[in-house]
Write a protein that binds this ligand. Structure first.
Ligand SMILES: [Zn+2]
Length: 255
């Protein structure tokens, strides 16, 4: 009868009795128990779990447990890019999403440029920011400690830096987002996903000097903007590529 130890991380502990939360606890299991069979036993819905490590190695739900296995269960990740190690499913369940306070408009545009789902409006109140953050599972980025200290906020991060490049690197490093970036896929102005559009469909909206050389265009169906790879794109792309190249080599989460 395998005797295993289990440790749950972050919000997964909310499902456990108080005496089991945030500590290692032990279970005796019938022989030949697969990982998926322990869901009922510990009462955590497996669709909330994004990564399972057994003895520090990522495994799938069909993995069979053995005596003295050490099982670590991680929720849908916000603090690490686990896309290279996750075995539970092909991709992390939830991509990090953001909402930014009134002082971070430039950072909002840049996060969108890197492809991250980022809400920003310069007239949102503190209450609105927190409500949207909670209802939409968005991480609130702010330069205000007092805002982030509000108890009802569950996911927030204090931006320390003041210049845009350092702010961006701060967020990319904090959440290990480098491998999740998909630059130029989102409207910088309104955050919607961009779609390729036929040149012929938008001919009247393209300046002649652009029309002459450019055949590929993207369209934002929300705000109706059109994007093409002109000189501003070249400049922004150089910025994006050089920033992504600065990626440190993050250690695998080993808490
Ligand atoms: Zn737009």
């Amino acid at each position: 009868m395998p005797f295993v130890s289990i440790r749950c991380y972050a919000e997964l502990n909310d499902f456990l009795p108080p005496n089991q939360g945030s500590i290692t606890f032990h279970l005796s299991l019938p022989p030949d128990t697969a990982l998926k069979d322990i869901a009922d036993k510990i009462g955590i819905p497996f669709d909330l779990i994004d990564l399972v490590l057994v003895n520090n190695k990522p495994v799938g739900l069909s993995h069979h447990l053995e005596e003295n296995d050490r099982i670590a269960l991680y929720p849908v990740f916000e603090n690490f890019d686990i896309s290279s190690v996750t075995k539970v499913r092909d991709h992390p369940l939830r991509q990090p999403k953001f909402i930014l306070d009134v002082h971070l408009g430039k950072l909002a545009n840049h996060l969108r440029m890197f492809g991250f789902d980022t809400l920003y409006q310069n007239n949102w109140t503190k209450e609105s920011l927190i409500t949207i953050s909670r209802n939409d599972n968005r991480i609130l980025l702010s330069r205000s400690k007092s805002l982030l200290d509000i108890e009802s906020l569950t996911h927030g991060y204090l931006i320390i830096n003041t210049d845009i490049h350092s702010q961006l690197v701060e967020v990319l490093e904090w959440l290990d987002l480098y491998n999740l970036a998909s630059p130029f896929t989102r409207c910088i102005e309104c955050n919607s996903k961009l779609q390729l559009v036929e040149k012929e469909a938008i001919l009247s909206r393209i300046p002649q000097r652009v029309k002459d050389w450019c055949n590929e265009y993207q369209h934002c169906s929300s705000c109706n903007r059109i994007y093409w790879q002109g000189s501003q794109y070249q400049y922004m792309n150089a910025f994006v590529q050089s920033t992504l190249k600065e990626q440190p080599h993050p250690d695998y989460p080993n808490k």
